[in-house]
Design a protein around this ligand. Structure first.
Ligand SMILES: Cc1cc2nc3c(=O)[nH]c(=O)nc-3n(C[C@H](O)[C@H](O)[C@H](O)COP(=O)(O)OP(=O)(O)OC[C@H]3O[C@@H](n4cnc5c(N)ncnc54)[C@H](O)[C@@H]3O)c2cc1C
Length: 259
């Protein structure tokens, strides 16, 4: 039997190209609101301001400004799930959780509403040599995970592990990459519990030159990174972990989890 051909992971990790974008605010109009799944709201935004929109990496984020608890605007981070500058269109998927102003705004959004966005400020483009990807995401990171899977070169091996509340929340990604899509189910109340994702990761082979990208609730992402380093011996420079939200904390992102 042929063993998979891998080369040793460069200790310094893959090359990462940093791209800066002109920071500007854009005023957009909600063109359509649909439910991608029962708990995922898909917003199609349009506006001429999108002519110059740029997003070079699937895990970029924009700020969406929504009315905060005291009526003043607050910014929350969202992934440009898809965009088409020629058609002046931007797609954002918002996880419908119970508690925050951004989720409340998305639930109430309707065609014709205006919204202001800022960014992306910059992109960190992972350029390789990555031979294989392992992607770990909760609901908030499914947009970034889906975009990454769709943008991978044909045939690229990728294992994705998505944590959702049940089969109805699983998403389908269209890609020519060699995708092994795995889903785990846990109740929304357990979305800050690392155990289900850690158990799913235990079954994933980690060959050299495998880049592991994980984004979820901050403690979950931290636990995933620790397990990869301490139990699996995966090099730090081949892991990117981000807290996309923090339990009990508004706007609690930890964009890059380190030691
Ligand atoms: C780089 C980046 C990209 C992101 N992309 C997306 C994206 O594309 N789609 C998306 O849905 N989210 C995304 N997020 C996560 C999103 O920014 C947070 O979930 C944000 O806190 C939501 O704002 P809010 O106003 O609804 O809640 P907040 O006011 O921030 O929080 C209010 C309360 O709700 C809790 N809370 C926040 N989010 C969740 C959640 N998902 N589930 C359960 N409880 C929660 C908080 O702990 C807090 O107690 C991204 C985050 C980052 C850092």
């Amino acid at each position: 039997m042929d063993l998979p051909q891998t080369s040793p992971a460069a200790p310094e990790g893959p090359a990462i190209r940093r791209v800066k974008h002109e920071l500007m605010r854009r005023t957009l109009t909600v063109a359509a609101v649909t439910r991608l799944t029962p708990a995922m709201i898909r917003l199609r935004l349009t506006g001429d301001d999108l002519a110059s929109f740029a997003s070079a990496s699937p895990d970029d984020h924009i700020k969406i400004f929504v009315p905060g608890p005291d009526g003043e605007p607050v910014g929350r981070d969202y992934t440009p799930r898809a965009f088409d500058t020629a058609r002046r269109e931007l797609v954002v998927d918002v996880a419908d959780h119970a508690a925050g102003p951004a989720a409340a705004w998305a639930r109430a959004a309707k065609a014709g509403d205006e919204v202001t966005i800022g960014g992306p400020r910059g992109s960190a483009v992972i350029e390789g040599p990555v031979e294989r990807w392992v992607l770990v995401a909760d609901e908030t990171a499914l947009p970034a995970m889906g975009r990454r899977i769709e943008e991978l070169a044909p045939g690229t091996p990728v294992v994705s592990i998505g944590a959702v509340t049940g089969p109805g929340e699983e998403q389908t990604f269209t890609t020519e990459a060699a995708l092994d899509a795995r889903w785990i189910h846990r109740p929304a109340a357990a979305s800050a519990d690392p155990a289900p994702l850690l158990a799913a990761l235990a079954d994933v082979e980690l060959t050299p030159a495998t880049f592991v990208w994980a984004a979820a609730e901050a403690d979950v992402a931290r636990a995933v990174r620790r397990m990869l380093i301490e139990e699996r011996g995966h090099p730090r420079s081949w892991i990117k972990a981000a807290g996309y939200w923090a339990k009990g904390r508004a706007d609690g992102a930890v964009k890059s989890i380190g030691d």
